[in-house]
Ligand binder design. Structure first.
Ligand code: RFL
Ligand code: PHB
Length: 392
């Protein structure tokens, strides 16, 4: 058994874990990240793409925003399409803020570069990670790598290992409550090296279901279609995907679509959960380990970053002798934000998707609400505040 000691053991090298490690380092707190996968696997994952200003500010604070500012696309507005008719919500005018389009893959790459530059310890291929003695003052974590057992003692454990991780599994029954919601649909996502069909994102509601036109750069597009929760990738050959996308986005956007082969295709179910509280003893959950939101509105990664900003400050305060009050209130403060993002994500999903059991009355209500969003400045302001992450 190899043994070691650190101040904070971080489980998971997703954006939450990697960002926490850099923020702790800047605050003078030592940490070790334990990741189940290889580095190449983590770097190859294609996920979120829209950053709130608060997330950008946190990446700046962590010293990893240089490339983001050079290559990220600042979007001052976002479009909605209702049965092919588009209207724009001016985020800048309504809130004074913008969002930045920059892929999660790029953020992960920048965070790994920072970890390399500062020799921040990350263990890859850590199998059978187990968390121990979380309700005492001397927690520790064990794992196995290439057949050798390891142990690290620490003061705190940060559970940043996503929805299927070891941290959630370490919570004894009865100490937390799980809130869950499953949707009846899924998103089929396609990444392709073609120019975006419009300068800003288009969230499209149509009788055939939802579609989203997003992007990663001026030469790389990210498109999504609402599909049945039981659909498989084989049900969606490329020609069918592009044809359906064109129909749902409407003729204006379709005229600028350039179908090409997909670099990546995936299906993500629309579902979410929240764990309350986000703490048990010396274990603090952050990001997808604590809450998963449906992707409409792009809140998942932004919530992970917001958690980590709070948790880093609280851990730094404790380790620098500033007391436990920030740690004690971490869960409540993080959940207050998380629930607002969960609410917005489900509301926006309901507004733009075709629900399986919707009757004609439901559809009229949906149309009325979309029309109000198109015409009411007050409705647009509330939307814009949620979209840029101004939840306070
Ligand atoms: P992550 O990114 O899931 O990272 C967790 C890390 O923990 C590792 N891990 C373990 N390590 C050690 N031991 C174990 N037992 C472990 N179990 C897991 C994993 O390998 C991984 O490296 O969580 P984090 O850091 O909290 O970040 C959250 C975001 O990644 C997430 O909210 C978003 O990506 C969600 N999401 C999307 N959000 C958006 O805002 N827009 C999107 O378009 C979008 N697309 C997506 C998504 C999530 C997806 N998943 C999880 C299936 C598309 C997909 C496919
Ligand atoms: C994306 O570009 O992957 C994306 C953008 C907006 C969303 C969800 C995903 O609401």
């Amino acid at each position: 058994m190899h043994s070691d000691r650190t101040q904070v053991a971080i489980i998971g090298a997703g954006p939450a874990g990697l960002l926490l490690q850099q923020l702790l380092r800047l605050g003078g707190v030592e940490s070790v990240v334990l990741e189940r996968q290889t580095r190449a696997h983590v770097e190859a994952r294609i996920r979120a793409g829209v950053l709130e200003p608060g997330t950008v500010a946190l990446l700046e604070k962590a010293g990893v925003a240089g490339r983001l500012h050079r290559e990220g696309l600042v979007h001052e507005g976002v479009e909605l399409a209702v049965d092919g008719r588009r209207f724009r919500i001016d985020l800048r005018e309504l809130t004074g803020d913008c969002v930045t389009v920059y892929g999660q893959t790029e953020i992960t790459h920048d965070l790994f570069a920072a970890a390399d530059a500062h020799l921040s310890p990350i263990v890859y291929e850590a199998e059978h990670v187990l968390l121990h003695d979380l309700d005492g003052e001397r927690p520790y974590v064990t794992w196995e790598k290439h057949g050798v057992d390891h142990r690290i003692d620490c003061d705190h454990v940060a559970g940043c290992d996503g929805q299927h991780g070891a941290s959630r599994a370490a919570l004894p029954t009865g100490v937390t409550h799980l809130f869950e919601r499953h949707g009846s649909a899924a998103w089929l996502g396609v990444l392709a090296d073609v120019p975006p069909c419009a300068p800003e994102l288009i969230y499209a509601e149509s009788p055939r279901g939802f579609a989203l036109a997003s992007m990663r750069s001026s030469t790389r597009s990210r498109y999504y279609l609402q599909v049945d929760a039981h659909d498989a990738l084989e049900d969606w050959p490329e020609a069918r995907f592009w044809e359906e996308l064109a129909r749902r986005l409407g003729p204006d956007a379709a005229a600028h679509l350039t179908p090409d082969y997909a670099l990546e295709r995936s299906i993500v179910p629309l579902r979410s959960h929240v764990i309350e509280p986000m703490q048990w003893g010396r274990l603090f959950l952050a990001g997808d380990a604590a809450h998963v939101v449906p992707p409409t509105g792009a809140k998942g990664l932004n919530l992970a970053a917001a958690d980590v900003g709070l948790l880093a400050d609280a851990l730094i305060a404790w380790h620098k002798g500033g007391g436990a009050s920030l740690l004690a209130t971490y869960s409540g403060r993080a959940l207050a934000r998380a629930w607002k993002a969960v609410r917005f994500s489900w509301w926006f999903t309901g507004l733009t998707h075709r629900a399986a059991g919707a009757d004609p009355f439901d559809l009229q209500l949906q149309r009325a609400e979309l029309d109000q969003l198109r015409t009411s400045r007050a409705a647009q302001t509330l939307f814009a505040e949620n979209y840029v992450g101004r939840f306070a």
